[in-house]
Design a protein around this ligand. Structure first.
Ligand SMILES: Nc1ncnc2c1ncn2[C@@H]1O[C@H](COP(=O)(O)OP(=O)(O)OP(=O)(O)O)[C@@H](O)[C@H]1O
Length: 891
């Protein structure tokens, strides 16, 4: 095979790629060899001579390819690889440690240099066009670059104008069919369009040999296969190889196309909305049914439209059934019309749909028939609750007015009292007596007007407010709605001052929120709800339609009125429900709680036998609360224990051994040691320790210990126990007063001596985690300091409350009733209270408690000290007044 190409050519060693004739490639070379070779090439080009380079691949794939081209996977060496003849002077290895004789493949492809470019530092890119195969006959030199003597194989196809070989003709025909199919498949595989366009063009114009070379460079083949192809010098053999590889590639591509289409399918599925997915699945189902010849499937679109129409007509039917007022109906129908025009997949559609659902559900005209039978109401209230006579009387008056007058434009009732005193259950009883639906709305923590009035529909996820929600829930427009008013956090309040303090905080925050356009004033919304003049056109932001609340019977409950804004308070009639005494608790438990709990545990009334003494001791030793909720829990525990006993004996078929009697000793077994065992009464009298009375934010009265102590120091006053500013000031006033009267009180030798010259005073209020504030601990603080320095003591069963002025006068305080009841529960025998609170005692305190407790009404701190500090250092009672005459002269 003769050729015009030079016999000795410089070699470029290709790593991991094979150059084939008719294919253009870029080869990057580096190092000293590169610069000498490229200089030579450029010299040829300068002389306008064709420059040729032989590209010889390595026998095997290398792992650190210096060329950026793709490499084949198989690293195995072809077993039949011919050996390379080497020059005798050769060291048999190149500068980079490569052994050319062993590593270099014996065939290569002659490349015509198209262009040489410098790349990076010391690198050159040579653009080559593959021309013809060659076999390396001998390596002539290795340095400065590899030079080899080669034998060229001119491409057979160039000469094959007439194909006489039948086999070759068959292969060419198969090749044409396969190559067409292959290019088409490449389109499916979404290969770059320019490549496909180029291949399509070549298919029409190129000879099979050229096209085969190009296709082999594109087809997925192994490195060894490519080397085989390079060293195959006959066209027929090359076409056989190409046909085989194309068939294989077509098969692989088929699978790949399938996989890609599956992937696209699953991606689309993931992105489909519910509606679209349904549509898509229905289409598939129809297609399958068509395939199976089951032609009955109705058109999907019609089906969906049908169900939507049904939904709309059902909604319309509900709206008409709701008997909306005229203007409301007009708005609702307009909205329905708009809804029909909206696409059911749109967000606007679901907003409008939910709105119309709310409108249709609201009880615009539906109400229950009132049964206003006063005697029945009386027996209902009597049956459900023990005591609470004034409350029951007021409720019956209220109901009578409603009956006679025929409307509810009476002031709203507000039950005020500590937790668990029966406010909610009274509300329920009223609803039952009137045969009305009952709904409770808790306003605890409501700071936002939108909670009451709802959010405008433009907000995402907007809903009606608590009132409209309640109306929807009860389903009638005349329920009894119990509004649980604002509850403040647990805080011990020592006087009225604190009441306004908390009130201020509340208002303060309301002020802040009112300035913001976001929140608004919740009490303003409540005003509208509770005002009989306005509530027949209550407007909820969500509903945006007037709703008539005038038939609703609103009852408010509150633990304390202090946090209720004044305008709201003004619209309500307060009915106070104070805490219960132990005797009242005993009756409540006997008549209501115990039977209720026995029934709730599935026992018969005669299966539990608990005496009054045991019940009383359960109340006294295991509870300290104004209401009966905790007491009820304890009773439930006792009944449960008996229930277990009964169940076990029944299992053992020994029910005869069951004993329903509950003894006092059983209480300890079931409930553990009593937590409140007369701790106040049993306390020893200590100088500087006083029992004070407090009133907590939850409406409960409390017993509060005050401890004073002194130590060497500089006359400082230290206060601990989570105290607020007002109580701190009270302590300061008390100390100042004692210091200024120290001589009169016989605490110092002369009127010029400073009582706390070398001493610091520390006053502590135990239960340090509970915040305390208010001025009503004033008298107790002054008494504690006097007791501390005089060593005189106050009996532990004496408690006191009252504010003091700097001049020693005792000022009135609030919460007297709650304080006295809690003192009674704790076993206090003597209470010192301001003289101006006498009326609270005589009018509010039950007679039996007035009999149990000795009340001292103090005008001045002098009266307090006289009544309180009656024990000497040894604890012996001193009956003579111990305050010196000189003190009285100063007052
Ligand atoms: N005088 C009473 N007679 C009978 N049962 C009572 C009486 N007072 C309270 N109860 C019972 O005590 C339990 C608690 O009462 P309820 O829930 O009405 O308290 P409340 O005052 O509403 O408390 P809160 O302020 O915490 O809401 C109920 O089971 C109720 O029946």
């Amino acid at each position: 095979m003769s050729s015009t190409y030079p016999d000795s050519i410089p070699l470029v060693i290709l790593e991991n790629k094979v150059l084939l004739p008719s294919v253009v490639t870029k080869v990057t070379i580096r190092g000293r060899e590169a610069s000498t070779l490229t200089r030579k090439l450029q010299a040829w080009q300068d002389k306008r001579q064709e420059a040729y380079v032989g590209c010889t691949p390595l026998k095997t794939l290398t792992t650190n390819s210096s060329d950026s081209q793709a490499v084949d996977e198989s690293p195995s060496e072809p077993s039949t690889a011919p050996q390379m003849p080497m020059p005798s002077s050769s060291s048999n290895s190149t500068s980079n440690g490569r052994n050319l004789a062993n590593d270099l493949y014996s065939f290569g492809c002659l490349g015509r240099v198209i262009r040489v470019e410098r790349v990076g530092f010391g690198g050159y890119a040579i653009f080559l066009e593959g021309l013809a195969r060659f076999r390396v006959e001998q390596i002539l030199q290795e340095r400065p670059h590899v030079l080899a003597k080669v034998q060229h194989f001119v491409e057979e196809v160039d000469m094959a104008t007439n194909v006489e070989d039948g086999d070759l003709a068959n292969q060419i025909a198969a090749f044409r069919v396969l190559s067409k199919a292959f290019v088409n498949k490449m389109r499916d595989l979404q290969l770059p369009d320019p490549l496909i366009a180029q291949l399509s063009k070549l298919m029409d114009n190129s000879k099979p040999g050229v096209l085969a070379n190009i296709l082999v460079s594109v087809i997925e083949t192994t490195y060894e296969e490519k080397l085989d192809y390079l060293s195959t010098t006959t066209l027929k053999a090359r076409l056989i190889m190409t046909n085989e590889w194309m068939t294989r590639q077509l098969h692989v591509s088929e699978k790949r196309v399938l996989k890609i289409s599956q992937q696209i399918h699953s991606n689309i599925e993931g992105k489909l909305s519910k509606k679209q997915r349904e549509f898509y699945l229905r289409q598939q189902l129809n297609a399958i049914k068509n395939e199976l010849g089951e032609k009955d499937a109705p058109e999907t679109g019609d089906n969906a439209a049908g169900s939507e129409d049904e939904e709309m007509s059902e909604l319309k039917r509900r709206l008409l059934a709701a008997m909306l007022p005229k203007d409301v109906e007009a708005t609702a129908m307009r909205e329905l019309k708009r809804l029909k025009k909206l696409h059911s997949a749109s967000a606007e559609w679901s907003v409008a749909r939910t709105y119309l659902d709310v409108v249709a559900d609201l009880p615009w005209s539906k109400s229950t028939q009132d049964v206003l039978d006063i005697s029945k109401a009386r027996s209902q209230l009597e049956g459900d609750h023990f005591g609470l006579d004034t409350v029951k009387r007021r409720v019956l008056e209220y109901l009578s007015v409603i009956k006679v007058k025929g409307d509810l434009k009476a002031p709203i009732l507000c039950f005020v009292g500590p937790p668990g005193v029966g406010k909610t259950s009274l509300g329920k009883s009223i609803a039952t007596a009137m045969r009305r639906e009952f709904h409770r709305i808790s306003l605890g923590g409501v700071r936002d007007e939108a909670d009451i009035r709802g959010h405008r529909r433009t907000y995402v996820g907007a809903m009606p407010g608590l009132i409209i929600h309640g109306m929807r829930k009860t389903g009638v427009n005349n329920p009894v709605i119990l509004l649980g008013m604002f509850k403040c956090s647990y805080m011990i309040i020592l006087s009225d001052i604190l009441i306004s303090y908390i009130f201020m905080v509340f208002l303060d925050e309301i002020d802040k929120t009112a300035q913001s356009s976001h929140y608004g004033d919740p009490s303003a919304a409540l005003l509208e709800v509770l005002d009989p003049e306005q509530n027949n056109t209550f407007s909820d932001h969500y509903l945006n339609l007037p709703f008539d609340l005038s038939k609703v019977l609103f009852i408010a409950t509150a633990n304390s009125v202090d946090t209720i804004p004044a305008p709201l308070l003004d619209r309500m009639e307060l009915i106070k429900i104070p805490g219960y005494t132990f005797e009242e608790k005993l009756h409540i438990s006997r008549q209501h709680i115990l039977p209720k709990q026995i029934k709730a545990h599935g026992l018969n009334l005669n299966q539990i036998d608990i005496s009054d003494t045991v019940l009383l001791s359960l109340a006294e030793n295991y509870t300290r609360e104004s209401g009966v909720r905790n007491f009820e829990r304890k009773i439930a525990s006792v009944v449960r224990a008996k229930c277990v006993e009964w169940a076990e004996l029944r299992e053992a078929e020994d029910t005869k051994s069951y004993n329903g009697i509950i003894e006092e000793c059983d209480l300890e077994r079931i409930l553990g040691l009593p937590p409140y065992e007369k701790e106040i009464a049993q306390r020893e009298a200590v100088a500087g320790v006083i029992t004070g009375l407090a009133y907590s934010g939850s409406g409960n009265g409390e017993i509060l210990l005050i401890e004073a102590s002194h130590m060497p120091g500089e006359g400082k006053l230290q206060l601990t126990g989570s105290l607020g500013d007002v109580i701190r000031e009270s302590a300061q006033i008390a100390l100042t007063w004692v210091k200024s009267h120290a001589y009169d009180l016989k605490l110092t030798e002369s009127s010029k001596t400073n009582l706390v010259e070398n001493r610091d005073v520390h006053i502590h209020f135990p239960a340090g985690a509970v915040a305390k504030d208010g001025p009503s601990a004033g008298v107790a603080l002054a008494t504690a300091i006097v007791s501390l320095f005089s060593e005189r003591r106050v009996p532990p069963t004496t408690a006191m409350t009252g504010e003091i002025s700097l001049s020693g006068r005792v000022l009135p305080v609030g919460g007297i009733k709650e304080k006295v009841l809690s003192a009674h529960r704790a076993g206090i025998k003597k209470i010192i209270i301001p003289a101006r609170n006498r009326r609270d005692v005589t009018s509010d305190i039950p007679a039996n408690i007035q009999n149990d407790i000795e009340f001292v009404f103090a005008k001045t701190i002098c009266d307090v000290l006289d009544a309180a500090l009656i024990l000497d250092q040894r604890g012996i009672e001193i009956h003579a007044p111990w305050i010196a005459n000189r003190f009285e002269s100063h007052l």
